[in-house]
Ligand binder design. Structure first.
Ligand code: SAM
Length: 326
């Protein structure tokens, strides 16, 4: 039982990203292609009860951390109710959420009461026109208001995720760094991944030279951050400000990967960069008992591949990030 969530490469899988919807109110051009309509039909969506049952089985095997993601998790109806059900599962120690922030003002308070402890907010620029160009909507002000609100509610830490694209928003790195430093947020710079046509057409930028530039300019030192996931961090000397680098292409972190992703239709994706998967929807709907469900999970975990091949096979993954749960 103890080893049930250890994969064939000895990695202990303690973290699950749960995509509660594949829909989103933004159209970030590196994530979902314009005019995309190929969403999961509602009868394929796992219900709240189906999700909780599956997560209980994972937790019984040793899963500890869950992140709600999507698509945009705040567009799922009654998301706070689901969050509250998940945070009550025995064994789940950490519940966090990734959001684009457009509806944070509306939901932040109830999410906090539902047991969501930590927030990652996606924000690629502070420039209104650039924001509209990247996301397809002129709603930067809403996101900034939502961020202000969660700061006052006391969410800690608040991580701001910025996907960096050459010639699109790389000129915004320094303004974003100043903004995050001023508000005591952790900035994380992310390399684009070639997921689906939108990810493959994104203007990839290697973040290693950026890291060296920021380290010199702001006199930063190597650092770590608990719950920091795959990011490698630099911090100020007093440790108060941190900037993370998520570099799946220029310096991959597969050897320490401890995560899997559950899509809204019940598909468990074992790796962002492979098609290895396990389908749980029909199993859950077939009346499977708890012990067989746990057995299915251990079989699924053994399918986790060693590493992605984004560099070697950049056009391999046709699945979009929004379908998988980023
Ligand atoms: N809607 C939520 C949000 O904006 O955080 C959660 C889902 S979104 C798919 C999760 C993260 O994936 C976001 O930070 C987004 O910028 C990132 N993302 C989407 N497509 C990506 C790609 N092709 N490469 C790298 N990051 C990507």
């Amino acid at each position: 039982m103890k080893k049930a969530l250890t994969d064939t490469f000895g990695r202990k899988i303690e973290y699950l990203r749960l995509s509660v919807t594949d829909r989103c109110d933004l159209r970030c051009n590196y994530c979902m292609p314009k005019g995309f309509r190929n969403f999961e039909p509602p009868d394929h969506w796992l219900s709240d009860d189906e999700i909780v049952r599956l997560l209980q089985a994972f937790a019984a095997l040793g899963l500890k951390k869950i992140r709600l993601t999507g698509g945009e998790p705040l567009v799922r109806k009654d998301i706070s109710k689901l969050a509250s059900m998940i945070s009550s599962i025995n064994g789940i120690e950490d519940l966090s959420l990734s959001t684009n922030g457009t509806q944070l003002g509306k939901y932040a308070d109830e999410l906090s009461r539902a047991g969501v402890q930590r927030l990652n907010i996606s924000l690629d620029t502070l420039d209104r026109r650039d924001y509209e160009y990247i996301t397809g909507r002129d709603v930067l002000h809403k996101v900034l208001d939502g961020i202000e609100m969660v700061k006052h509610l006391g969410f800690e830490p608040i991580k701001i995720n910025m996907v960096v694209m050459a010639g699109i928003n790389d000129h915004q790195i320094d303004p974003m760094l100043s903004y995050c430093r001023e508000h005591n947020f952790t900035l994380r710079l992310i390399e684009t991944m070639p997921m689906g046509i939108s990810g493959q057409e994104a203007r990839y930028l290697n973040l290693q030279p950026i890291r060296r530039r920021l380290q010199d300019k702001y006199d930063l030192v190597d650092s770590v951050m608990s719950g920091g996931g795959p990011a490698r961090y630099l911090s100020s000397h007093d440790g108060k400000f941190k900037v993370g680098f998520i570099t799946p292409i220029s310096q991959h972190f597969c050897t320490t990967c401890n995560r899997v992703r559950l899509a809204v239709d019940g598909t468990l994706h074992l790796c962002l960069g492979h098609e290895d998967r396990y389908e749980f929807r029909e199993l859950l709907r077939s009346g499977i008992n708890d012990s067989d469900l746990r057995e299915a999970i251990t079989i699924a975990i053994r399918r986790k591949p060693e590493r992605h091949e984004f560099k070697e096979s950049p056009t391999k993954i046709v699945r979009l990030m929004s379908m998988t749960g980023g």
